[in-house]
Design a protein around this ligand. Structure first.
Ligand SMILES: Cc1ncc(COP(=O)(O)O)c(C=O)c1O
Length: 368
């Protein structure tokens, strides 16, 4: 029996192989591997795609967070509110710049932060909040913005999983003071190695990220900041330029597959991530909650379907975060961490494959 994989990163690339080969050849022939026209062209194209004034390519999505936080003004010793139910890098980036992650809870239905959970975590020294668009579902940035004005903090969108998502018609990446994307190969827009980008409408933030990614310098003679070596390769940029025009079509396929899950009656057997009004997710993952998540993954494995729980140990309980997470009471986080199961979804999944998943789930007792 062939197993239906959780995600498929290869099939959608097959028809683009010739174009990708030509992009690679163009870069090899050019001799420009760091910076140069491919990187600036991709930055322009991505900025236009997310409707932001600036996009600055960096080495990966984790660096994107570190650079964006520093660029919006977060300093060592500041508090930064982050969800605990997300990939570890979201909080790691805060600690890595010497700031303190303060963990907030999520709504276990949307699996995202809310204005209430963020408000409950704010401290007098909070200078930023990272709003993660988890699994491709936009966090409620509009409500957070009202809070940000009242309490004077910056909003950084962690849009690593949400390239192409929208909130009230506006793209993820254009909603906060800065936004960060990862192009890790399994992301909705995936490169062929590590890559990332920061988007913003603030020219000062963009200029600071440009400095930070290049040793705090614009010319290698004068270094005005202690920065990093974190640049987007020309090879990655050239290939991302081939993929970007297809992102909407791939995301639409994911949305259609999610609808097939819904119309096949998935909600009778498990609780899909709830999508609030105004949010247009991109289903980086299609995630459900079930009281007996292990039974779900076991039953699916038996039916030849790969499924996986994400972030079972939330970040505030990770050993490396003991200093910051000890004592945090996050019931929504604990619930989602224990109950979530990601089901297969990709730009290549067929309605028959989705039915295979739902039929396997139908054999289980329903979630309470
Ligand atoms: C929510 C989130 N934030 C940050 C990252 C870090 O991105 P990268 O792996 O490119 O450093 C990822 C993905 O890996 C992620 O899913």
């Amino acid at each position: 029996m062939t197993t239906l994989p959780l995600f498929d990163t290869a099939t959608q690339l097959l028809p683009l192989r010739g174009e990708l080969d030509r992009a690679v050849a163009r870069v090899l022939d050019s001799g420009r591997f760091i910076g140069g026209p491919e990187v600036s062209a991709f930055e322009d194209e991505f900025a236009e795609y997310v409707d932001a004034d600036f996009a600055v390519g960096v080495g990966n999505g984790t660096d994107a967070l570190m650079l964006a936080l520093r660029a919006v003004g977060v300093e060592a010793g500041d508090d930064v509110v982050v969800p605990s139910f997300t990939f570890y890098a979201t909080a790691e980036a805060v600690a890595a710049i010497g700031a303190r992650p303060v963990f907030c809870d999520i709504d276990p239905q949307t699996m995202n932060v809310t204005a209430e959970t963020v408000a409950a975590a704010l401290t007098p020294t909070t200078t930023a909040v990272i709003a993660v668009h988890l699994f491709g579902l936009p966090a409620p940035i509009g409500e957070l913005r009202a809070l940000a004005v009242e309490h004077n903090f910056k909003i950084v969108e962690d849009a690593a999983q949400a390239a192409g998502a929208k909130l009230d018609g506006l793209p993820a990446g254009s909603l906060g003071d800065a936004a960060t994307f990862s192009f890790f190969p399994s992301k909705n827009l995936g490169a062929f190695g590590d890559a990332g980008i920061v988007t913003t409408n603030d020219s000062n933030v963009a200029d600071t990220v440009k400095l930070l990614r290049h040793h705090g310098s614009t010319n290698k003679q004068q270094h005005t900041l202690v920065g990093y070596n974190s640049r987007l390769d020309a090879l990655q940029a050239s290939m991302l330029r081939v993929l970007l025009p297809h992102l909407d079509e791939w995301n639409n396929h994911r949305r259609a597959a999610a609808q097939v899950y819904d119309s096949a009656g998935i909600a009778e057997f498990a609780e899909p991530q709830v999508i609030p009004a105004g949010a247009e997710p991109v289903f980086h993952l299609y995630v459900v909650a079930h009281d007996d998540a292990d039974a779900v993954t076991a039953a699916l494995a038996e039916a030849g379907v790969e499924a996986r729980g994400y972030y079972r140990t939330p970040i505030h309980r990770q050993p490396a975060m003991a200093e910051f997470g000890a004592g945090a009471q996050l019931p929504g986080t604990e619930k989602a961490a224990a109950a979530n199961v990601a089901l297969p979804i990709s730009p290549a999944i067929t309605p028959e494959q989705v039915s295979q998943v739902v039929n396997a789930l139908a054999k289980l007792p329903a979630s309470a």
